[in-house]
Write a protein that binds this ligand. Structure first.
Ligand code: BMX
Length: 284
């Protein structure tokens, strides 16, 4: 039997009908960033409207922190402004009429890649470079969610103390958009990468900076957890050439310190597949 998976990110809402790691169908819409959880779930409900009766449980993969009791909060409201302690699993179970489980989006993706993707059942860290930077850790066959759900939140680490900038504010989608603006070339992250491809120097600079900083971060992740692989996801992480360029920055490292970077095999569906798998285990 199948599960409905809902992935709510800072940019898009994605719904998928998933059975044993296989995506039977999926649909995407933009996240109405200015509204709230009820509206985001409503978007999901309209995307999934055609699948009624085909799923028996619900897995949610969401940007932000999810507690063990399914309460949802933002760590960085700039990624998505989630009201503190939103009772996400209760709201979703009511709306969809099936039992619901929720975890952070990157944690879900880590589990999806571990079970069905590039992780191949070995220790991995999943890193998404998208609106923000999210992370998930699978170690010894376990998804690490941590005490309160924040395990793997690499994007929230700060440089230069409490008042320093979050890592995700120096290398992910929102930074690219702001930096493009500041350079006098208003564009979103996709626009920056397209301009870089056309050979525009301002855009190549921004792309190079993002890649160098992601290289520093993945190098530090390797030192912290020494995973077999670092699986990269997210619209930016999976964009053309990004992983190769990040890896090039690691070339001079001794092999023991050099991360093995691989693309998410499940692509943008990693979070949905992982959330569905977690929901399967949760309800059996
Ligand atoms: C932020 C944080 C993480 C999330 C990551 C990627 C919030 C709202 N989100 O670091 O929980 O995993 O962004 O999220 O605090 P995305 O929306 O960019 O995929």
């Amino acid at each position: 039997s199948a599960a409905l998976a809902i992935d709510i990110g800072g940019t898009k809402v994605l719904c998928a009908l998933v059975e044993d790691g296989v995506v039977l169908d999926h649909a995407v819409a933009e996240t109405a960033r200015g509204s709230g959880p009820a509206a985001w779930l409503e978007t999901a409900a309209s995307l999934a409207a055609g699948w009624t009766g085909r799923y028996q449980r619900l897995g949610l993969a969401v940007t932000g922190r999810v507690s063990a009791t399914g309460r949802w909060s933002a760590l960085n409201p700039g990624t998505l402004n989630i009201p503190d302690n939103t009772p996400l699993t209760d709201l979703a179970a009511d709306k969809f009429g099936v039992p619901a489980l929720a975890v952070n989006d990157a944690q879900a993706a880590a589990w999806g890649e571990y079970r069905y993707g590039a992780g191949r059942g070995e220790d991995l860290v999943y890193l998404t470079v998208s609106t923000g930077i999210g992370g998930g850790i699978v170690s010894g066959g376990q998804l690490l969610r941590g005490r309160g759900g924040i395990a793997g939140h690499f994007g929230q680490m700060r440089i230069g103390g409490r008042n320093g900038a979050r890592l995700e504010s120096r290398m992910a989608g929102r930074w690219l958009t702001e930096a493009a603006d500041a350079a006098g070339h208003p564009a979103d992250a996709r626009g920056v990468f397209e301009a870089a491809k056309r050979g525009e120097a301002w855009a190549q600079d921004l792309r190079d900076t993002a890649e160098r900083r992601v290289a520093e971060l993945t190098g530090d992740v390797q030192l912290t957890l020494d995973p077999v692989r670092i699986v990269m996801g997210g619209g930016i992480g999976l964009s053309d050439g990004f992983i190769d360029n990040v890896a090039a920055h690691h070339a001079a490292l001794p092999p023991a310190l050099r991360p093995a970077l691989v693309p998410a095999q499940l692509g943008v569906l990693a979070g949905a597949v992982g959330a569905a798998a977690l929901a399967d285990d949760f309800s059996s």
